[in-house]
Design a binder for this molecule. Structure first.
Ligand code: AMP
Ligand code: MG
Length: 487
């Protein structure tokens, strides 16, 4: 276990030089204080979790102090936002403080979000508010606990610094961890600014650091692109299977490592709704829940375009063609498991589709349905769940198919079925209203609710004593919260 001054830095991205990022110092927040920290994320850096409570922790992650070896840089990138190319993006309010490696030799980027203005801030103030920082913290740690690849969050530091959004709020910083902060938009930037040498340097950097096994392939860049396609197909399958809606799938928010990245107006589904739009400024529903699947492919095509200097168009097209079948295979595999099935049958896809169609507009809670389906035998579970459906006859017909399918699966004892299903069907998810309750308390200076919620969500599959209130459907006020897109 390390103390804070024992972190070891190796700033590989910073060494790429000024064409890739700009040196910027964090702008400190007034009266920095710890809101919440993640022990699990601290462990990634071998940090002793008790250091979070020391004043120097809030000073470091509130922008007051810096390690001598840190090299804070704002990265430049561009990207497609809502389908249109924006040439002028980059870290407008976040800084890559440096790369730290742990005892296992794993490198982690330390990225401080809300650290003040940079050359890429455009009209922005370079700040992040407490509300959005708490949401990013909770979501990244909750997704990780669900087994969904995500950037991680070490801590949120609150402050007394006023920040203006729709109203006056308080500034905060979130310390984000990721193996890399390189986005699709990084490649687009060098492609559209016609800087082939730097683009090649970037590609070499990603290949060497993150896809070294692709070096063994006859066409390393193509192998790397294929791997990126595969990882994103798997990621989006997990979002769809667990009801996660990202909300702003612009190419500057897509990770080259296939992790969930850049949290804004995201939401987990409460009631199942394939057409759900969590981003209230997304008037056309470009990033609606079900559109995440084709948008994943669209974004990969944008990356493919940027890679045309290195890879033939035919090879890129072929690799893009892997996306949908891979997505479908992962998704079906996850949904089979969520249904408690251990074998595969041809009609399983239809069984899943039919269930989702029944859930649509029936007000069925997506998370609790699967959890309850595993609480008891299939026959008893469907009898209890049928009351949730508007179309009872439709549900009964599905239930007959499902029971027969379970029978053919030969799924072991009831105890085994329960354990197997509860291991993949969470009881606790980050519902918007739960996040909102924690934010409201935190905004009045009480951080206990954020900390408790984080704790509960770190073990989403385990029933936790005294935490029943976190496993409920939302109250009426919490069902259709308009989450502000300003952050
Ligand atoms: P996001 O919607 O958070 O992914 O941000 C899109 C772009 O706007 C990125 O280049 C951000 O760095 C930038 N940005 C967002 N909010 C701010 C802000 N308050 N100040 C400066 N830049 C910002
Ligand atoms: Mg972004």
């Amino acid at each position: 276990m390390k103390a804070l001054d024992e972190l070891t830095f190796d700033n590989r991205f910073a060494r790429l030089g000024d064409a890739f990022s700009t040196h910027v110092l964090p702008e400190p927040l007034d009266e920095p204080r710890l809101v919440v920290a993640s022990d699990a994320a601290m462990a990634l850096l071998d940090l002793d979790p008790t250091v979070a409570e020391t004043p120097v922790f809030a000073e470091l992650f509130g922008g007051h102090k810096l390690w001598a070896e840190a090299e804070p840089r704002a990265m430049v990138y561009s990207g497609h936002q809502f389908g249109s190319y924006n040439p002028q993006l980059g870290d407008g309010r976040g800084l890559l403080l440096g790369e730290v490696y742990n005892a296992a030799g794993e490198h982690w980027d330390l990225h401080l979000k809300g650290a003040g203005q940079t050359p890429y801030s455009r009209m922005g103030d370079g700040r992040a508010v407490l509300r959005s920082s708490i949401r990013e913290f909770l979501a990244s740690e909750a997704l990780h606990a669900l087994g969904i690849p995500s950037s991680r969050a070490l801590c949120v530091i609150g402050s007394s610094t006023p920040v203006w959004r729709e109203k006056q709020e308080r500034g905060a910083m979130v310390l984000r961890l990721a193996r890399s902060h390189i986005r699709f938009g990084h490649f687009e930037y060098f492609y559209y600014t016609k800087k082939p040498e730097q683009q090649a340097e970037l590609a070499e950097h990603v290949l060497n650091l993150h896809y070294p096994e692709c070096r063994e392939q006859p066409e390393p860049y193509l192998a790397m692109f294929r791997e990126i396609v595969e990882r994103n197909a798997e990621l989006i399958a997990k979002w769809q299977a667990y009801g996660f809606c990202h909300g702003v799938m612009n190419t500057d928010n897509m990770s080259i490592l296939g992790i969930t990245f850049d949290f804004g107006p995201f939401a987990f589904l409460d009631d199942f709704d394939a057409h759900f739009i969590c981003n209230h400024s997304d008037h056309e529903g470009r990033y609606s829940f079900s559109n995440q699947v084709p948008i994943g492919q669209w974004n990969l095509s944008a990356l493919a375009q940027a890679l045309t200097p290195f890879i033939s168009v035919d090879a890129l097209k072929e690799a893009l063609g892997l996306y949908l079948p891979l997505y479908q295979a992962h998704y079906l595999d996850l949904m089979r498991r969520r249904l408690g099935l251990t074998t595969a049958e041809d009609d399983d896809q239809k069984l899943v589709e039919r269930l989702l169609k029944l859930m649509q507009n029936s007000g069925v809670d997506y998370t609790l349905f699967f959890r309850r389906l595993g609480d008891e035998s299939a026959a008893l579970a469907v009898t209890r769940l049928r009351d949730d459906f508007v179309d009872r006859a439709g549900f009964d017909a599905w239930a007959e198919l499902y029971k027969a399918r379970v029978e053919r699966d030969g799924d072991g004892t009831e105890e085994q079925r329960r354990a197997r299903m509860h291991a993949v069907n969470p009881l606790y998810i980050l519902r918007n209203y739960l996040a909102q309750n924690a934010i409201t308390a935190a905004e009045s200076g009480d951080y206990s609710e954020v900390r408790r919620l984080h704790e509960v969500l770190s073990k989403p599959f385990e029933e936790q004593a005294g935490m029943e209130q976190y496993a409920q459907r939302p109250p009426d006020w919490g069902k259709h919260l308009e989450i502000s897109c300003s952050s």
